[in-house]
Design a protein around this ligand. Sequence first.
Ligand SMILES: NC(=O)c1ccc[n+]([C@@H]2O[C@H](COP(=O)([O-])OP(=O)(O)OC[C@H]3O[C@@H](n4cnc5c(N)ncnc54)[C@H](OP(=O)(O)O)[C@@H]3O)[C@@H](O)[C@H]2O)c1
Ligand SMILES: [Zn+2]
Ligand SMILES: [Zn+2]
Length: 338
Amino acid sequence: MKAATVPGFAGSWELTEVPMVSAGPGQVVIRVRASGLCHNDVLCGDGGFGRLPVDPPVFGHEAAGEVVEVGAGVTTREVGDRVGTTWVQALCGRCDYCRTNPPLTGTAGMGCRRASLSGLTVQGGHAEYFVATAASTVLLPDGLSFELAAPVLCAGYTAWSALRAARPQPGERVAVVGIGGLGHLAVQFANACGYQTIAVTRSPDKHELISGLGADQVVADGKQLAEIGGADVILLTASSTPAGAEALQGLREGGRLVMANIDPGNSFTLPAQSQFWARRQQILGASHDGLQYLAEALELVASGRVTPMIEQFSADRVNDAVERLRDGDIRFRAVISY
Ligand SMILES: NC(=O)c1ccc[n+]([C@@H]2O[C@H](COP(=O)([O-])OP(=O)(O)OC[C@H]3O[C@@H](n4cnc5c(N)ncnc54)[C@H](OP(=O)(O)O)[C@@H]3O)[C@@H](O)[C@H]2O)c1
Ligand SMILES: [Zn+2]
Ligand SMILES: [Zn+2]
């Protein structure tokens, strides 16, 4: 079978032949039809998350396709099912963290010492075939294409979890900082839920597109956000943590900043004079916060109220997609067909 691999974690992706996979107990094999390219895949390919125990390294955690093989003991999935796969496949069930019996979430994926994580500890979804635990897959809504489902499986799932984590109240204003894969979906989710939505982007060339996604206002940074009255909720979906600290100046009293981003090289510094204490603000984290949220996000997309904006690439052009994502040039999620 063919898969996208990154020899030596040197950042250059290529389509190569790798051994065919098969389903172990509790697993299914999926014929991948569409696989979204997440910023984290690029970080992985550059060696940013350390070395995968699988050789050659195959990344990816936004794969959608059909079940073609079912392993022993699987009762919830059948050959022919249209499924989406997620990042956290399984927990060890035995470490100190797992003794709390957590559900399959991003929190548990990082808390468990021996979690099975697509594209991190086991082969990922940038391949023709992909093995996943049946329990970590979701059935796709009827009529939702693989291409539009794929970006929801991480980008949409995270963006929706971040909005949920902020617990926005009726009439509150939601700002989204950084309009890429996650951010363009976060803008649409907030708009679909009826919140006044402000996009914060450092890219002037995105303004028109972002307005088309349903943003009521588009500004360049936290200073401008403050000037137009601020926001009660800020979702940080930029790949830069300092952008979150800068955005704090646009957070209203009692506001929540949700850090959905990952930026391994940078720290978050509370700006001097932010009066965070007096303003009773909160900083929260969000990830893949429960498969029920993924189902909600997929339904919003299937209903047409939210539509991922994608650029499609054939498998042999995967490295072009990686380079364009690196350059900040994708509008707004690259989806690879394998
Ligand atoms: N929590 C989780 O479980 C989870 C899951 C997936 C991804 N992530 C993280 O979420 C972030 C977004 O991922 P993505 O796939 O949406 O990435 P993406 O498509 O590359 O979008 C990131 C956006 O961040 C902004 N940005 C880039 N460099 C910046 C800089 N130096 N300063 C300020 N803003 C910058 C850009 O938006 P503008 O041009 O609009 O400014 C860019 O489009 C990444 O940090 C990723 O690691 C987290
Ligand atoms: Zn991701
Ligand atoms: Zn564990």
